[in-house]
Structure formats: C-alpha cells, structure tokens
Design a protein around this ligand. Structure first.
Ligand code: MN3
Length: 240
C-alpha cells in the first residue's frame, strides 16, 4: 500500500482498511488458505505472563476455551455454507448469520487478538504517536487507563473492554459475550487496538471474584509494541 492509500484507508476506519487495502501479499496468503480456522499457537509459554496471569488459566483459556470456539466456529461456518470467507468478512456482516457464528466466530477472533496483545512484562511503553493520540482523545494516559479500567469493571456478566480506533478518534468501548467492535451489530464500532477479556474464565482461578485486581495486573503484560504497531497500521491485519 502506498502512503496515500495507507492514509486514506486509515481515516476511513475499519471498513475502509479491509475494503481497500489488501496488498498482493495478503491476497496470495488468502489464495493458499483452505478455509479452515486454526487455533493459533501462543507466541509465549503458558507461564510467561506469571505472576499477573497464571499458567493454569492461560493453558485452560487457550487449549480448552479458545480451542472450543475455533472448532465450533468451523462447524458453524460449514453449516452456513460460508467456507472460504475470512473471519473478518463473516463477522463484519454477522447480523445475517446464525447465533453460533456470532458467538464462536467472536470467540475465535477475539482471543486470537487478545493473545497477541499480551507479552511477558518488558517495561515497554506506547509509541510517541500512540501516546499523543491517547493524550488528545482522553486527556492523559492515566485518564485513559482509568476509563478503560472502569469500562472493564462495568461489563455485566461476560464480555470484553476495548480501545478502538474509529477513523482518527480513539474510543473505549465494551461488548457483551463474544461480540467485537468489528461486528455490524456492535453498538460502537472501531478497529481494535487493545482488549481485555473479562469473562470469569480469564481470571477466576487466580483472582476469584476480584475482577478489578485482574484488570490492574493486566497492564503489566500489555504488549505496547503490538498495540503501537496496530495503531500505526504497520502490521498485516488478520485475514483468517
Ligand atoms: Mn476468554
């Protein structure tokens, strides 16, 4: 993508990026893809986020919960005759499809992003550009984190809190269950930059009912390099 196309697609937001900006590399990757969604490997060991997120939780969350969403998503996609469409294509039009697609497709893609947004504690910080955008949109990094924390705490039952880019605007939003801000049914849409899973399966073994402690601990394992690259659209968006 050249710079002009990049900027144009950036300001068009999520839909624009995916509608306009697929490079030939992405198209080639799609061509080779057989249409089946695969549980991704974690980019670190199950115990790599200790003591903030414990190994047992990570193992169950990835090898049981995420694996189940992936398997059920594949079955639902097949059932609905959608094989060959990407997860982004399917989920951005999810209002047309059965609930099994929404729940399991959301579970498949949300966790795929979540694992990549986490990393062993490194002390890395947001890029200058991202920090500047956070200050412009929320007043300060502290005010942003407070807003994100409050959003994550406020999710009733199961769901997610997100930092999303909507054009050049950053927003903190929440979604119920396995919904995503990329879904057409989302109350507030945007391109996900950062997210936290606040389903009890994400923290109950270590934190029991203390969701706020889990949210505080989460900040120690945020991969700010990943989030900053995502903000700058310097990485290949997920296609499958
Ligand atoms: Mn989960």
């Amino acid at each position: 993508m050249d710079k002009r196309t990049f900027l144009k697609s950036f300001f068009l937001g999520t839909t624009g990026v995916f509608a306009m900006g697929l490079s030939s590399r992405l198209k080639a990757a799609r061509k080779k893809w057989n249409g089946e969604f695969v549980l991704p490997e974690l980019p670190y060991a199950y115990n790599a986020l200790e003591p903030f997120i414990d190994a047992k939780t990570m193992e169950l969350h990835h090898s049981k919960h995420h694996a189940a969403y992936t398997e059920k998503f594949n079955a639902a996609v097949k059932e609905a005759g959608l094989t060959g469409k990407t997860a982004i294509d399917i989920l951005s039009a999810v209002s047309r499809y059965p609930a099994a697609i929404r729940n399991n497709g959301g579970g498949y893609l949300n966790h795929k992003l979540f694992w990549k947004m986490l990393a062993p504690p490194s002390g890395k910080q947001p890029s200058k550009e991202l920090l500047n955008a956070i200050q412009v949109n929320f007043g300060s990094r502290e005010a942003f984190q407070e807003k994100f924390n409050n959003a994550a705490k406020s999710v009733f039952g199961s769901g997610w809190a997100w930092l999303v880019a909507d054009g050049d605007k950053l927003k903190v939003v929440t979604t119920p269950n396995q919904d995503s801000p990329i879904m057409d049914i989302a109350a507030e849409k945007g391109f996900p930059l950062l997210c936290i899973d606040v389903w009890e399966h994400a923290y109950y073994l270590k934190y029991q009912n203390r969701r706020a402690e889990y949210i505080d601990a989460f900040w120690n394992v945020v991969d700010w390099d990943f989030v900053s690259q995502r903000f700058a659209r310097k990485m290949t968006p997920e296609t499958t």
